[in-house]
Design a protein around this ligand. Structure first.
Ligand code: TYD
Length: 208
């Protein structure tokens, strides 16, 4: 089978994990016998260790460039250890966040610039880009209040509402700039409606 790489993007609390589980079952039914689910920052022992550093809420003095480079290093390890080999073996890979998170959070919301964010990451991704990116479009306020109910907030989640609003808008702008790859879905719809929309986009890619 042909490998397929799908990334899920969106503001914090946009419901990506629920949809990833449903998408996994759908791809299994489509005949993919191995579906790799991964997350960023994380997905390997080393990348999870880097995640601990990035999201530690005590590290308030972390510079934006340091942050961007740490996300990129976690990504470099994940791409070479997990994503690239899986795609070469014809597996399906679903990643909870990928390089677009850096374009939006570091490039747009932190202000490093989208071009700079992609440039930094060009070394990390080694030419691997998603076949399809699902953008779960959700107002920043809704996402953060969902997160607050779930667990203690991490360093990124503790950012101001303005920051999260720049993230939410940044994703919309990025999707407009990349209409073929990034598909926006209204994340306030029901779980089932969202899943059905995702399936339509995945089918279009599989039939390409
Ligand atoms: P996580 O708990 O995985 O967030 P969520 O459950 O909302 O997906 O934490 C990842 C955080 O890191 C999230 O706030 C987004 C941020 N992030 C970046 O700023 N840049 C990146 O490149 C990535 C992958 C994540």
């Amino acid at each position: 089978m042909q490998g397929i790489f799908i990334s899920m993007e969106g503001p914090d609390g946009s419901g990506k994990s629920t949809q990833i589980e449903l998408l996994k079952s759908y791809l299994e039914a489509k005949g993919y016998d191995e579906i790799i689910i991964t997350r960023e920052p994380g997905g390997t022992v080393i990348s999870e260790a880097i995640r601990e550093i990035i999201l530690n809420k005590d590290y308030v003095e972390m510079g934006y460039m340091t942050e961007a480079l740490l996300y990129a290093s976690a990504r470099a390890q994940l791409v070479s250890q997990v994503i690239k080999p899986a795609l070469e073996a014809g597996k399906a890979v679903i990643s909870d966040r990928f390089v677009d998170s850096s374009a939006v959070y570091q490039g747009m919301a932190r202000g490093l610039g989208v071009e700079t964010a992609y440039q930094i990451n060009s070394y990390a991704i080694q030419g691997v880009m998603p076949d399809l990116t699902i953008h779960m479009d959700l107002p920043a306020k809704v996402g953060i209040s969902r997160k607050k109910k779930q667990a203690e907030l991490d360093r990124m989640e503790l950012e101001t509402l303005e920051f999260h609003e720049r993230v939410a808008q940044g994703y919309r702008d990025l999707a407009t700039l990349n209409p073929d790859r990034i598909k926006s879905i209204d994340a306030t719809m029901t779980i089932e409606d969202i899943h059905n929309k995702i399936v339509k986009y995945v089918e279009a890619v599989l039939n390409r």
